[in-house]
Ligand binder design. Structure first.
Ligand code: NAD
Length: 469
């Protein structure tokens, strides 16, 4: 069965080449994406630049109204969007997956529309009065990954539009159809040129990053590509928001009530089948509870159904692409060769489809092993034993990355004290990866810089301007 996917008719859609896009689970072709070129990108940016002054002139109230209409429309078309997302990305409809992601698109669009951002009085001594106003930047380039393609695009597009910018989006070459369909919903409420999708490969991504017609780049992807985006920004001096990779640590403190946290731990690790930037990717557990935690996670891993995302029974899916599948397999094979214990999983689940890998728990492993030190981005967790909390904190902080981290404990005071010592953009207590449109999100160290969501997110796509009298 193959589904015809409507592609966006943008002013840039002059591409004659079309790329077949497979169903992530079955590898059947589900549709075709345009293959745009750097020339198409130039045209999209020119159209965005031409459309920007009138879009900015509409004012906050009108843009707020239109973005809320977009959110209504996302909700009205939620099932159709979730089905496409499930097939292209692989995540099941059910569980914290495709329907959840589409729902989040509507929530984040409304939040970007409705979050207040008034001019701020920063100084007033009776003689001098200074205010900071937030003007549009101009044209924003948005480059996205393949793991949460719709939701992350909304995080980039909606605040930028709200602040009076126009936007050119470059989706991942692995998940263009989801982003094109999402942009289609936005475009029903926007003037021409305000939002375009340029569906190109990595070369087009590189051209976006250094394009002289862009004022800001919102980039979400790997740390390696993020470094290239920084280099490219030397040419256009575009401002950057960089949401990069993570290798989030979780620490289970001694004396934790495991029954209360086991399921939260599982989903903190295996959300979107582990293909989540801020998933828990290495778990440090005190010796006193090590075996108990390993067994609890392995039990849940064996019980959670994995398979084709359109089957309502499933809550875990395939790896999205071959490259990611190979990374996961290599890291687990390497850990096994080094003597780590594969408690459950540890093999490709090809009976489910070519890119499925069993939900895997690896024990008796330590830092210095690639599975612990590198981002696995798949359904695998290494569980590391520790005896001393200070040592666990030091090991958690040893990573060059710092997106998220978590502390798990029945003692809130002890957990908060450990949280304060962890180097990460967000430290969760008794949860991992939970996000909220009003709470700023971003990384430290090699996980990037800049924050998204809420007022901080609106400021990140605006030019602060002081008016003083
Ligand atoms: P990636 O870096 O390979 O690709 C991301 C995007 O960059 C794609 O659209 C790609 O075409 C484009 N690109 C490629 N070369 C480019 C260049 N030279 N200049 C500009 N753009 C270029 O990442 P991915 O494999 O799609 O995504 C997985 C990674 O993203 C993981 O490391 C994950 O942790 C990270 N991620 C981070 C967040 C976050 O919020 N911090 C969210 C999701 C994913």
């Amino acid at each position: 069965m193959s589904t015809t996917v409507t592609t966006l008719d943008t002013p840039t859609d002059s591409a004659s080449a079309r790329r077949p896009i497979p169903d992530a689970a079955t590898r059947e072709i589900i549709g075709y994406a345009p293959v745009h070129t750097v020339d198409d990108l130039d045209r999209a940016i020119a159209a965005a630049r031409a459309a920007q002054p009138a879009w900015a002139a509409l004012g906050h109230e009108e843009r707020r109204r239109r973005l809320n209409a977009v959110a209504d429309n996302i909700e009205a078309r939620a099932e159709e969007l979730a089905h496409l997302l499930s097939r292209e990305q692989g995540k099941p409809l059910n569980g914290p997956n495709a329907r959840f992601e589409v729902g989040a698109c509507a929530i984040w669009t409304r939040s970007a529309a409705d979050t207040p951002l008034e001019p701020e009085v920063v100084f007033d001594d009776g003689t001098t009065h200074a205010e900071v106003h937030y003007d549009p930047l101009g044209v924003v380039g948005a480059i996205g990954p393949w793991n949460w393609p719709m939701m992350i695009s909304v995080w980039q597009i909606a605040p930028a539009l709200r602040m009076g910018n126009t936007v050119v989006v470059k989706p991942s070459e692995f998940t263009p159809l989801s982003v094109i369909a999402l942009a289609d919903v936005f475009n029903a409420h926007l003037p021409e040129g305000v939002l375009s999708v340029v569906s190109g490969d990595r070369e087009v991504g590189a051209a976006v990053a250094g394009h002289p017609g862009l004022d800001k780049i919102m980039f979400t992807g790997s740390t390696a590509t993020g470094r290239r985006v920084v280099e490219a920004s030397a040419h256009n001096l575009a401002r950057l928001t960089l949401e990069l990779g993570g290798n989030d640590a979780g620490i289970v403190l001694p004396g934790t009530d495991l029954a209360a946290v086991a399921e939260g731990l599982f989903w903190g690790i295996f959300l979107n089948t582990g293909q989540t930037c801020a998933a828990l990717k290495r778990l440090y557990v005190h010796s006193s509870q090590y075996d108990e935690v390993v067994e609890a996670l392995a039990g849940l891993a064996r019980a959670m159904p994995m398979g084709n995302g359109l089957d309502e029974a499933n809550v875990l899916g395939p790896l999205q692409n071959e490259k990611q599948f190979d990374i996961v397999r290599r890291l687990v094979d390497d850990a096994r060769d080094r003597g780590a214990r594969i408690v459950t999983g540890g093999r490709a689940a090809t009976e489910l489809g070519p890119l499925f890998y069993e939900t895997t728990v690896v024990a008796d492993i330590s830092d210095g092993t690639p599975l612990v030190d590198e981002e696995q981005f798949g359904p695998v967790v290494p569980v590391i034993r520790y005896d001393d909390v200070d040592d666990a904190v030091a090991r958690a902080n040893r990573s060059s990355q710092g997106l998220g981290a978590s502390v798990w404990s029945s003692d809130l005071e002890a957990a908060t004290a450990v949280a304060a010592r962890l180097q990460a953009g967000t430290v969760w207590i008794n949860q991992h990866g939970a996000i909220n449109p009003n709470v700023p999100f971003g990384g430290v160290k090699a996980s990037g810089y800049g924050q998204e969501f809420g007022a901080a997110g609106l400021k990140a796509v605006a030019a602060p301007k002081v008016i003083q009298r």
